[in-house]
Design a protein around this ligand. Structure first.
Ligand SMILES: Nc1ncnc2c1ncn2[C@@H]1O[C@H](COP(=O)(O)OP(=O)(O)OP(=O)(O)O)[C@@H](O)[C@H]1O
Ligand SMILES: [Mg+2]
Length: 358
């Protein structure tokens, strides 16, 4: 152990194979341990562990090839080192998985057809150039009106990549004072409350390589500069010196900034660092009607255990009769109206209510 180049927690996971169904146990434990923990296992347990823990660990490599040993010390070993995977990345999908991802993404986000086409192209190019080490992070800067789906883009990417934990989301609106950087990345060791900042906790706690930065323009130059560096290097370094590798991540920045204010508030250096900038426009009526349909389905699913197609058709007809989607530009307002009208529907349709046990 002295031959390891730096201090780190090393855990031997070989004994896991003795347990039945150790996959979920391992997932629970690994996600709670520090990011830099090193896992090792006996060579003869490697095949089983590699298969069972394929969602947790990216790859298993021989200790000698891991770069963890002092090269001057010879070390005869029968152990492998597994590198914690932590995040599922868009760069790692197989081609058929990627097609499925795009299909789901297009269905989940209503409207914005040009953005969807551009996004598909961007991701394809990102996967190629990320592999050859030329493009570390895919960054999207989305502007536009409220409630048209900017934040939804990050949620949709997260869900379509199969996220089961939480989307890593930071609201820069909370980081507008002079201490913003230290609260975001943590204060130096030794200071009261020294800890990794919010962004490290959020990235560690998620299982998908997507980071959402909401209300980006609300912050200040110090944070902008920090992000300039993150986008360039593909790494985040906390004030405690811990590093998180964001290679392969998609970072979505959203902002309510107007087209005119964009060049005034965001420096040219930063502007040029974003891979893609886009102004989200209002949704068309046909997209809002699709949203209405989706909400109808999800409401019915939540209130009745078995599929109830008749009721679904009936409710959608009622919504279409009572709600003029053209009146709503923000989907949150449309959603509020949907809820109001649904209560009215419940009051008027006594038969359905008894069928639903409401
Ligand atoms: N294009 C869309 N596709 C699917 N859902 C949408 C779309 N636009 C809005 N929604 C729904 O409306 C709600 C608000 O959308 P979202 O949070 O993405 O707004 P936003 O554009 O980020 O607005 P803000 O600038 O106020 O943060 C979400 O619950 C989302 O599900
Ligand atoms: Mg938003």
């Amino acid at each position: 152990m002295e031959s390891f180049q730096y201090e780190s927690v090393i855990i031997d996971v070989s004994c896991l194979v003795e347990y039945n169904r150790f996959q979920s146990l391992a997932e629970d434990v690994v996600y709670k341990l520090p990011y830099q923990t090193i896992y090792i296992c006996d060579e003869n347990k490697k095949a089983k562990l590699q298969y069972e823990l394929r969602f947790i660990f990216n790859k298993f490599i021989a200790i000698q090839d891991s770069g963890l040993l002092d090269p001057t010390v010879s070390f005869a070993s029968d152990k492998s080192v597994s590198i914690a995977k932590k995040h599922k990345l868009i760069t790692e999908l197989e081609d058929d998985e990627l097609s499925l991802f795009f299909e789901k993404f297009r269905n989940k986000l209503y409207g914005h057809p040009k953005f969807k086409d551009d996004f598909e192209e961007l991701v394809k190019s990102f996967r190629v150039f990320n592999k050859i080490g030329e493009h570390k992070i895919l960054s999207l800067f989305l502007m536009g009106d409220s409630g048209v789906g900017k934040t939804e883009v990050a949620r949709a990417i997260f869900n379509c990549l199969g996220g089961s934990k939480r989307l890593a989301k930071i609201n820069f609106g909370n980081y507008s004072n002079e201490f913003s950087l230290s609260s975001l990345i943590g204060s130096a060791r030794g200071y009261i409350g020294s800890d990794d900042g919010e962004i490290f906790m959020k990235v560690r706690d998620t299982d998908i390589g997507v980071l959402l930065i909401d209300e980006f323009e609300k912050s200040n130059a110090t944070l902008f500069n920090y992000f300039l560096d993150v986008l360039e290097s593909g790494k985040m370094t906390s004030s405690l010196g811990d590093e998180i590798d964001l290679n392969g991540f998609i970072v979505v920045f959203t902002s309510n900034i107007s087209k005119e204010d964009f060049p005034k508030r965001i420096s040219p250096e930063l502007r040029s660092r974003f891979d893609y900038k886009c102004m989200f426009t209002l949704l068309r009526s046909q997209d809002k009607r699709k949203y209405l349909e989706f909400r109808t389905k999800s409401i019915i699913k939540k209130i009745s255990s078995d599929q109830n197609e008749d009721l679904e058709v009936h409710l959608l007809e009622y919504f279409n009769k009572c709600i003029d989607v053209g009146k709503y530009q923000n989907m949150r307002d449309l959603n509020k109206e949907i809820k109001k009208v649904f209560v009215k529907f419940l009051e008027t349709s006594i038969d359905e209510n008894s069928a639903l046990n409401i």
